[in-house]
Design a protein around this ligand. Sequence first.
Ligand code: NAD
Length: 245
Amino acid sequence: KDNKDTEKSCLVIGGCGFLGRHLVDGLLCKGYHVRVFDMKQTFEEKKIQFFTGNLCNKSDLVPALSGVHTVFHCATPPPLSVDRELFQKVNCEGTRTILQSCREAGVKKFILTSSASVIYEGTDLQNGREELGYAEKPMDAYTESKIEQEEEVLEANDPSEDFCTIALRPHGIFGPRDPHFVPTLVSMAKKGTTIFKIGDGKNKVDFTYVENVVHGHILAAEKLTRKSRISGRAYNITNSEPVPF
Ligand code: NAD
């Protein structure tokens, strides 16, 4: 393998999930050599090497990481779960295990899918900038774990040792195969319980089309180098203007 080839080898952790699978498609289109790590394999694709396991287990991760240049981490327990312990175990401890395994395997770039909820304090935010601090009162156990996870990832940034990290923060992602947002609305509609209103009904909320989120991830991976100023930082991701909800 020449250098260019090695640089294009990547692993998508959570690659069978909603965002992960779209990211895999985007990476394949860009000529990346793609591996997927997930709890179970949910689709077939000849060009992909699949690894199944639990990201909390280093021994499951090691084979998937060997020879990999770039890691995208977009696995999570279901965000609507109320299982605080599971979020801690997977999003916090699991991410520490992944980071350590990446360092040991010689991975160079690490892209975390974080969430815009890490800066949401319960008050509307428009044109919120990255400089805003983390929410002091995170809205739920999921967000609490996403904050800790993001901090871990950004602290692990170590360009002098050729290990660069970045965190991307989309808000609600929509698009084909969305398992969360639209299906929830549809099932509520079927039960006749869709009529709810947030605030005075004029609140705005931000949704991002899944391919735009993918685009952001691939750009981040391409621009993330030892000398770039994006290394060790978090970026909010949005379509453009939030839409009335
Ligand atoms: P998803 O539930 O569709 O996919 C998550 C994947 O992670 C699943 O395939 C699941 O099997 C895998 N996974 C969970 N626990 C695992 C474990 N212990 N070991 C290995 N794999 C495991 O979620 P998604 O919507 O694709 O979200 C992807 C990322 O984007 C997450 O980090 C999430 O926090 C973030 N995010 C999502 C949204 C959204 O609206 N969907 C918004 C903001 C941020």
